[in-house]
Design a protein around this ligand. Structure first.
Ligand code: IPE
Ligand code: IPE
Ligand code: MG
Length: 261
């Protein structure tokens, strides 16, 4: 094809100085719906609990890889408000894994400068779990490396309802006027008040839904669904999801160089 036949925007050859400015950026905040532990186990004739245990190993790999890749915040969905409806033995197993994860990994995370944050409902959790969550946040609160947000006993609708309740209480006490309730004010009552919205949300296992995860914060997140079951997720899978993210054009309702001309 001669240059004359090329589409207008493909004619210039060589990098323009401005190309460096549009280099694909690593997402600042990656959120992950770690799904498919049960199916991973079933495919191998193993108990579901084994899938959850291997899922913790995938979590360790992914936290390390994300930090090394320059991601600033990683949020992982570890137990949903709706997961209480699973058989008691499985719920017990998942609670045990959280306990073990904090007991075994907290010191190492702290040493690598990770700041741990927990989002979700604390009320109603077993007392020792509540204490472990506080310990993890307290120990690491001044760290300046990767922020690891664990969504535990988390449901986005419940989070929004809690925020609305707090706003209503502030109005009832005369600290807030109804007309002053804006997106920013209500967002400030969410568990994620001090965190940026996720740029990229990855869900493993092939399911294509949010399952009550970060419904408010995901308004403009890019969604990437991967067929891999969570226990098989690794650095290469994270890199591949990030490459897909980098090919997306984020518009936030406006126009970009491409759509505006
Ligand atoms: C994700 O794996 C872990 C949690 C939801 C706690 P699942 O346990 O949902 O695995 P599948 O979806 O049944 O394969
Ligand atoms: C979402 O996965 C919750 C977590 C990954 C912790 P589920 O497996 O609970 O979601 P559904 O039931 O398939 O929508
Ligand atoms: Mg699932």
């Amino acid at each position: 094809m001669s240059e004359a036949e090329l589409p207008q925007n493909a004619k210039s050859s060589g990098a323009k100085p401005s190309d460096t400015l549009s280099m694909p950026a690593v997402p600042r905040h990656v959120a992950i719906i770690m799904d498919g532990n049960g199916r991973w186990a079933a495919a191998r004739g193993l108990p579901r609990a084994e899938g959850h245990r291997r899922g913790v190993e995938a979590l360790r790999r992914t936290i390390r890889a994300a930090g090394e890749m320059g991601v600033k915040v990683i949020t992982v969905f570890s137990f949903s408000s709706e997961n209480w409806s699973r058989p008691a033995a499985e719920v017990g197993e998942l609670m045990g894994l959280l306990r073990r994860f904090i007991r075994n990994d907290l010191a190492e995370l702290h040493k690598s400068g990770v700041r741990v944050r927990i989002i979700g409902e604390r009320a109603g959790l077993e007392a020792d779990i509540g204490r472990l969550l506080i310990e993890a946040e307290e120990l690491t609160k001044d760290n300046t490396g990767l922020t690891l947000v664990v969504a535990f006993n988390y449901g986005a609708r419940q989070e929004i309802a809690r925020a609305a309740r707090q706003a209503a209480e502030a109005v009832a006490q005369g600290r807030l006027k109804p007309e002053d309730i804006t997106v920013e004010i209500l967002g400030g009552f969410l568990d994620t008040a001090d965190l940026p919205d996720p740029d990229l949300i990855i869900r493993t296992s092939g399911e294509q839904r949010l399952s009550n995860f970060l419904l408010w914060q995901s308004a403009y997140s890019e969604l990437v669904f991967v067929p891999t079951n969570w226990p098989d997720f690794d650095r290469a899978a994270l890199e591949s999801a990030i490459r897909e993210y980098q090919q997306r054009e984020r518009r936030f309702g406006g126009l970009t160089a491409k759509t505006g001309s």
